[in-house]
Design a protein around this ligand. Structure first.
Ligand code: KIV
Length: 268
């Protein structure tokens, strides 16, 4: 990596609206973060999706603040340019504005990342406002919010007029509270475009159609490392899962046949 790389800021991400579509990805470890950053990804989210992608839980609810701190610090160490955002896990900010301030402040201090992501629309505006006023940039998250899986399930959101109106109001409330951008998850494409047009901050869609100001994908999904159920919105850009299986099988065959290690792998 070259030393003259200029670090992006949350403010720079906001300024990308209407200029350039934002391609964001999740990352959970140092090496992947470094590769994504070198590839020019401007926003890297250390998602609490690490609960399912790395830790094998059924959903994100068991993820702890300590899990997030450790992985976010690793990602920060791998990144020179991208804005790194820590996804605040379940029940680390929902109880009160004071709890949100304490835990988000701790996450920023301990990891060196630039912003936090918290889920929720209009009703979450007081927490977003307090965080921003106290110097913590916030990425909002509305629509299908995975930490509410026990209430919302995995259903596409905003399908009727009332729900669609509420989502526009949520995006506007998150913007008014001071968020630098907002993730919009699992809504009809037409509503994704409508929400994006209703606010001045970037709307980063995941399953929200091409009318959003940017897109975000879980890196394991994009790289073919997830297996199992694949949501409709996922595009697989590499089949690393298949490559890993093939590599492991080839290694096993080499060891069984005695062809690894060869002379070139041995010390004199
Ligand atoms: O946890 C996560 O990876 C997320 C993205 C899907 C937006 O919240």
């Amino acid at each position: 990596m070259n030393d003259s790389v200029k670090k992006l800021t949350p403010r720079a991400i906001t300024a990308m609206k209407g200029v350039e579509k934002i391609a964001a990805l999740t990352a959970y470890d140092f090496q992947t973060a470094r590769l994504l950053d070198d590839a020019g990804i401007p926003l890297i989210l250390v998602g609490d999706s690490l609960g399912t992608t790395l830790l094998g839980y059924d959903n994100t609810l068991p993820v702890t603040l300590l899990d997030m701190l450790r992985h976010t610090a690793a990602v920060v160490r791998g990144v020179r340019r991208a804005v790194v955002v820590v996804d605040m896990p379940f029940m680390t900010y929902q109880a009160s504005v004071e709890q949100a301030l304490r835990n988000c402040g701790r996450a920023i201090q301990k990891t060196g990342c630039q912003a936090v992501k918290i889920e929720g629309g209009e009703f979450r505006a007081p927490a977003i406002e307090a965080l921003v006023q106290n110097g913590i940039p916030v990425l909002g998250h509305i629509g299908l919010t995975p930490q509410s899986v026990k209430v919302l399930g995995h259903r596409v959101q905003g399908r009727d007029d009332e729900a669609a109106r509420q989502l526009v109001a949520d995006a506007q409330a998150v913007e008014a509270a001071g968020a630098f951008a907002v993730v919009l998850e699992a809504v009809p494409a037409e509503l994704g475009a409508q929400v994006s047009a209703a606010v001045k901050i970037p709307v980063i869609g995941i399953g929200a159609g091409p009318g959003c100001d940017g897109q975000i994908l879980v890196v394991n999904d994009a790289l073919g490392l997830s297996g199992g159920f694949k949501p409709k919105f996922v595009k697989v850009y590499a089949e690393l899962g298949r490559q890993i299986s093939a590599a492991a099988a080839a290694y096993q065959a080499d060891v069984a046949a005695g062809t690894y290690p060869g002379p070139e792998h041995c010390y004199e």
